[in-house]
Design a protein around this ligand. Structure first.
Ligand code: ATP
Ligand code: MG
Ligand code: MG
Length: 284
């Protein structure tokens, strides 16, 4: 638990990603460091059935020598928002990243340290001796050390209404732990749980209709859950920096296991689990 101090004068808070990647801009906009991959996705999403689940995209802008993507600030107008970032999918690296990392197996000291910090027993004897791990070993460990590989999503971070940020939910592995986290995040308030549940169902319907979804490997993308004390609650799709099109003619199902080469991301496995946990929380 840590107290969030940055930019508390507005409701803006950043639950994931590098600190330097974002700037708050005037007029209810958020500026995120430009990536071509993400810009292309957002452009396509603005004319897709998923449009109402994605922050408005206003194109790009230059500030202080850097390019940024202009996005609707999803927290704008909310008082003491409560937010949760759920990273979707059974893996959070692209197939491309994995094969690249496997062909160039250099040892990474930074990843070794991150791994050791999260779990001192995770590095093998050999990795401890080398003080390094390969990138692909780190990527796979990260997904298996969270609920990503088993449940198809993981909770990256939660901010409560008093501004405290929890990132330790990342380690929630089991269905029981994740459901507990959801109850804690909503303080078990029934109207909020119900709003989230129906929003997820509407998202499920739109995903079925979406040409974008059928043709993209959606990796490292999150659902951002947002509510405040007025009980308004919504869910948004964010972060398309690793979402890439599959070869033309190919379509993904998103609800089958991943095997190297099939490009499947398990997005709908995560969505079904999230929806079922929320449903159980409502029935409790
Ligand atoms: P990473 O790849 O490490 O997840 P990133 O740099 O790609 O991070 P995002 O995941 O897009 O960044 O966003 C990081 C955080 O910023 C989110 O968890 C959320 O808290 C906040 N955020 C992002 N986009 C918006 C938005 N449009 N409105 C409000 N908050 C946002
Ligand atoms: Mg993210
Ligand atoms: Mg990202």
């Amino acid at each position: 638990i840590m107290q969030w101090s940055l930019q508390r004068q507005s409701s803006w808070v950043q639950l994931a990603g590098h600190q330097g990647n974002f700037r708050l801009s005037e007029g209810g906009e958020v500026l995120k460091r430009f990536s071509e991959v993400e810009a292309v996705c957002l452009q396509a999403l603005m004319v897709d059935p998923l449009r109402s689940f994605v922050p408005q995209y206003y194109g790009s802008v230059n500030r202080g020598g850097h390019s940024y993507i202009r996005l609707e600030d999803l927290l704008s107008g909310l008082k003491n928002p409560v937010i949760m970032d759920c990273k979707m999918g059974v893996r959070t690296y692209q197939e491309e990243e994995l094969t690249r990392a496997q062909t160039k197996p250099t040892l990474r000291a930074d990843m070794y340290l991150k791994m050791k910090k999260a779990d001192p027993t995770a590095p093998t004897k050999e990795e401890n001796e080398q003080q390094g791990v390969t990138k692909w070993r780190y990527m796979q460990w990260r997904d298996c050390n969270s609920s990503s590989s088993t449940l198809g999503f993981r909770i990256e971070g939660v901010m409560m209404d008093n501004g405290t940020v929890h990132r330790d939910f990342k380690k929630a592995l089991t269905a029981v732990q994740v459901t507990e986290a959801l109850l804690c995040f909503t303080k078990s308030q029934l109207p909020i749980l119900k709003s989230y549940h129906s929003r997820l169902q509407a998202l499920g319907e739109s995903l079925k209709e979406s040409p974008f979804f059928k043709t993209h490997e959606v990796i490292g993308s999150s659902l951002l859950f947002v509510h405040d004390r007025t009980s308004k609650a919504s869910i948004w799709m964010i972060d398309f920096g690793k979402t890439i099109p599959v070869p033309s003619g190919m379509e993904l199902r998103h609800n089958v296991p991943w095997a190297l080469g099939n490009r499947e991301d398990g997005y709908l496995i995560g969505l079904a689990n999230l929806s079922s946990f929320l449903g159980q929380a409502i029935d409790q």
